[in-house]
Design a protein around this ligand. Structure first.
Ligand code: NDP
Length: 346
């Protein structure tokens, strides 16, 4: 049984072997189960930027609990019940929820409930890849949909600009916005990612590492930016504020450029005064606050995917032992699409 352990709180980018590491241990699949207990086999695991925020001191409160030093990290997962002495979780059931980064786990019904583990009969029958359930049909998908609709409040004819646009959230925001008649502009960190954005219907896209963001926003958003879907914060946010139209909306989805820096080193956005003159709305949200949104969103998105209307790119890596590197890839921008760890087949 392999486990991905949290070892030490990082002060900058985490390092494999120092802050996060893989450990092997014995797991007896044949050990007797108490009433209500069952064994889960992990199938896929999601690695997401917010996990960096969980690598903090447990005394610091936030919307997601801190990882505990010496314990496995956890995250969104799909798993299958391998053995069971529970009448709720039966052998062969597919579960979605917060799973430990382990191959196998013994669990009680109470623990499964606390982890938000739900039996999901739709997973094996939908005809969609299981990896989709931690991406476009999971938390990042809902984040894109909710952020665009409820926070961005898009109107046909408007211009939206999306940073980290080829990622789990960004690529979906762009395609959703396109179906609503917006001009869609995105940026990403490589030419390959930019080509993918154009291929998925973005009106324009640029590589923010090799091209000047200010010049590109002037060129690609000639009528200004009505909605900025902000995934990165920092200097990108500052530059984009200069291009916002009056009454524009900034969807504060994430600020990944600031996740690995100390408070002292974080980027101080200098032009917030424009929030007043341009009557801008800058609104943060956390998708975990909206669990009711999940079911209806999922049904709608599954239909869209089955119709073949969206191109949702996943970057799937095999083997739980590669999960630490997968997480670091996301933090360093090495992922190309939604990063998912395929652990095992059912
Ligand atoms: P992605 O799949 O987009 O992966 C992260 C990407 O961020 C990288 O691929 C990289 O793309 C970019 N990036 C990394 N470092 C930097 C940097 N220093 N400056 C600029 N870009 C950088 O991740 P997600 O789609 O899962 O998440 C996107 C954002 O949404 C994150 O900020 C995340 O925290 C946030 N989020 C918020 C939620 C909420 O409820 N509010 C829920 C889920 C996610 P590139 O090569 O283009 O630089």
């Amino acid at each position: 049984n392999k486990k991905v352990l949290f070892q030490k709180i990082p002060t900058a980018y985490p390092v494999i072997g120092e802050h996060i590491a893989v450990e092997h241990s014995e797991f007896n699949l044949d050990a007797p189960l108490l009433s209500g207990e069952f064994i889960l086999k992990t199938l896929v695991l999601s690695v997401d930027p917010y996990m960096r925020g969980r690598m903090r001191d447990v005394s610091i409160e936030s919307y997601a609990p801190a990882f505990v030093v010496g314990q496995p990290i956890d995250g969104y997962a799909v798993a299958i019940v391998e053995k069971s002495n529970s009448s709720v979780y039966k052998v062969g059931d597919y579960l979605y929820g917060m799973g430990d980064f382990v191959n196998y786990a013994k669990m009680s019904e109470a623990e499964a409930k606390a982890r938000g583990m739900e039996v999901r009969p739709d997973i094996p029958t939908s005809g969609l890849p299981i990896t989709n359930y931690v991406g476009v049909l999971g938390m990042p998908g809902a984040t894109a949909y909710f952020g665009l609709e409820q926070v961005g409040k898009p109107k046909a004819g408007e211009t939206i600009y999306i940073s980290a646009a080829s990622g789990a959230v960004g690529q979906l925001v762009g395609q959703l916005a396109k179906t609503q008649g917006l001009r869609v502009v995105g940026s990403a960190g490589s030419d390959e990612k930019v080509a993918h954005l154009k291929n998925t219907g973005f009106d324009a896209a640029f590589n923010y590492k090799t091209e000047d963001t200010d010049a590109k926003l002037t060129e690609y958003c000639p009528d200004g930016v009505d909605i900025y879907f902000d995934n990165v914060g920092g200097v990108m946010l500052e530059t984009t504020i200069n291009h916002m139209n009056n009454y524009g909306r900034i969807v504060a989805c994430g600020a990944i450029s600031q996740y690995n820096t100390s408070f002292e080193e974080s980027y101080g956005v200098r032009n917030l005064v424009q929030m007043v003159g341009k009557r801008l709305r800058f609104e943060g949200y956390i998708i975990l606050d909206h669990p009711d949104f999940d079911g209806p969103f999922r049904e709608r998105m599954a239909k869209i995917l089955l119709d073949g209307k969206f191109k949702y790119l996943e970057d799937v890596v095999d083997g739980i032992e590669n999960a630490p590197e997968a997480l670091l890839d996301v933090l360093h921008g090495k992922n190309f699409g939604k990063k998912v760890v395929h652990v095992a087949d059912a």
